[in-house]
Design a protein around this ligand. Sequence first.
Ligand code: PEP
Ligand code: MG
Length: 323
Amino acid sequence: QKAEWAKLVNEPTVSKDGVHVELAANIGTPADVKGVLENGGEAVGLYRTEFLYMGRDQLPTEDEQFDAYKTVLERMEGKPVVVRTLDIGGDKELPYLNLPKEMNPFLGFRAIRLCLEEQDIFRTQLRALLRASSYGNLKIMFPMIATVSEFREAKAILLEEKEKLVANGVQVSDSIEIGIMVEIPSTAVMADLFAKEVDFFSIGTNDLIQYTMAADRMNERVSYLYQPYSPAILRLVSMVIEAAHKEGKWAGMCGEMAGDPIAIPLLLGLGLDEFSMSATSILPARTQIKALSKEQAQSVKETVLNMSTTEEVVAFVKETFQV
Ligand code: PEP
Ligand code: MG
């Protein structure tokens, strides 16, 4: 099987009926790019920048960050690289920020919420990204967006930093797409309005599932509620993709679900444009998609979205797509 996969490293991901989707990889450090290319990744769909900030006792400097972003962009040789701005908080702590303990860290002061408040941290990261942008195909994505106002504020700060750099003669790309993670139910519900303002969506199912089901993604005792194939999740995913397409934007997914063999036929049928997963899942996913017909996957969309339970969905997928 490994030999079969290896033949697909340099092939695009095209369904049996000729539709291309993009298979991208999730990375945490510049060193991870090697694995992305070896496994035939067409893009980096999620660069989790928080690792730059973790395991040390002070913030990374603008230059340290610039080096990391530039390295990833250069090694990807013009292929898209979606960099997510700092997503700290929740289970990922930065002791040196001395933030007060919270009752519910996953519902607390994290990610974009922290960045909009601690703007020095945010602006430093944005400047590093903007300076690196001319070395490749950079797309910037904000995590944990809950309201359109948060997105507008984050984007305005980004454009402010861009203007300042340009005024100082720094070269900055003019084609940076600006998107958001859809990982909070309010944002999925408002996707039609977000779609008018963002360049793309990337659905973060790891968090979207826990927030939709109100089930902590780390808590074993409620793990039965953590259901990627729940019709509730599939309906939200479908809404987000439809909203994006209506405005001519693309929709990706960077949660674990994107590389899951049971989810893949469903996501193809819902119209997902980009699947971002761990690098080692890319070739198995490409093999699976090449054997699927997008038209057939699409034809069962309504049936699946009208099922009552996860169990029905799973049984149906196994039977229909021989997973
Ligand atoms: C997600 O929430 O699906 C996601 C990709 O982000 P993280 O797992 O880093 O929270
Ligand atoms: Mg998340």
